[in-house]
Design a protein around this ligand. Structure first.
Ligand code: PLP
Length: 265
């Protein structure tokens, strides 16, 4: 039995992307590519392609609970992540299930709005994320608009990013990674503030490409995988940044819109 569970197993709790580039699909591809075994709790199903999100539906509570129960009864998850959670009710369902089981460190990717502008999280869910999900997060990985929304502050500088990271820790997240990709500078700088209070920046030149669909999912899934394999939080983040940079540089054009990252980078 123990031998069965030695292989590092990861879990994504998120929404699907019928177009294959983001959400659960990007998560599973990344987790596999990073040599972990990926399980998935599907919270919502999107009708989506590289042009945008045409529609979505969140699943009933019963089948979400049952997915968690099936996984808990059989697999040994070493690290997990959340992605698209749709609305306040579904954030609560996920929180309840996370508290019931042991799925290892939790990476919260607080997905709010897709690149095309579709809201993947209802407005009424923000407060529930702040109050109930953030305190469970081993790491939270907001982009700039998500960090602004969660902290209720405008972020215009690196000092603002540092203040937002401290605020997210005060809200209960152990470690915080704020992604600078939605800014307008030539260099993309991401800030990490670790549980110890140590902060560090990882910067990379901005790549001029539209093939960035699923970037956030890929980053958080790579971090989840590296933690599952035993890396420290700092190393997991540094490895994931490099992995995503390479995957963006190597992006492939499928579809007519924002192409996905290349998952065999
Ligand atoms: N669709 C789903 C289901 C997602 O979870 C995400 C994740 O952020 C997206 C779309 C967003 O994709 P994009 O990188 O194009 O903003």
């Amino acid at each position: 039995m123990s031998e069965i569970n030695e292989f590092p197993q990861t879990l994504t709790i998120a929404g699907t992307d019928s177009g294959g580039g983001a959400g659960v699909m990007a998560d599973i591809k990344t987790m596999q590519e990073r040599h972990t075994f990926a399980a998935a709790v599907i919270v919502a199903v999107t009708a989506q392609n590289t042009l945008g999100v045409q529609d979505f539906m969140a699943l009933p509570e019963k089948i979400i609970d049952e997915q968690f129960a099936s996984i808990a009864a059989d697999l040994k998850i070493r690290a997990c992540k959340t992605g698209m959670l749709a609305d306040a009710e579904h954030v609560r369902i996920v929180v309840t299930n996370l508290k019931k089981g042991d799925f290892g460190p939790l990476i919260v990717d607080p997905v709010m709005i897709a690149k095309g502008g579709a809201a993947l999280l209802a407005d009424d869910a923000i407060q529930v994320v702040r109050d109930e999900l953030v305190p469970l997060a081993t790491l939270i990985t907001p982009n700039l608009p998500e960090a602004e929304r969660l902290t209720d502050m405008k972020i215009n500088s690196k000092a603002d990013m540092e203040q937002a990271a401290r605020k997210l820790q005060e809200m209960g997240a152990k470690n915080v990674l704020i992604k600078g990709g939605h800014g307008d500078e030539d260099e993309v700088s991401d800030l990490t503030r670790l549980e110890s209070g140590k902060t560090f920046w990882v910067s990379a030149p901005r790549v001029d490409t539209i093939r960035t669909h699923g970037t956030g999912d890929t980053l958080s899934s790579c971090i989840t995988s590296e933690l599952a394999k035993g890396q420290s939080m700092e190393q997991a983040i540094r490895i994931a940044k490099k992995y995503v940079e390479a995957a963006i540089a190597d992006g492939i054009q499928v579809g007519n819109g924002h192409g996905p990252l290349n998952h065999w980078a």
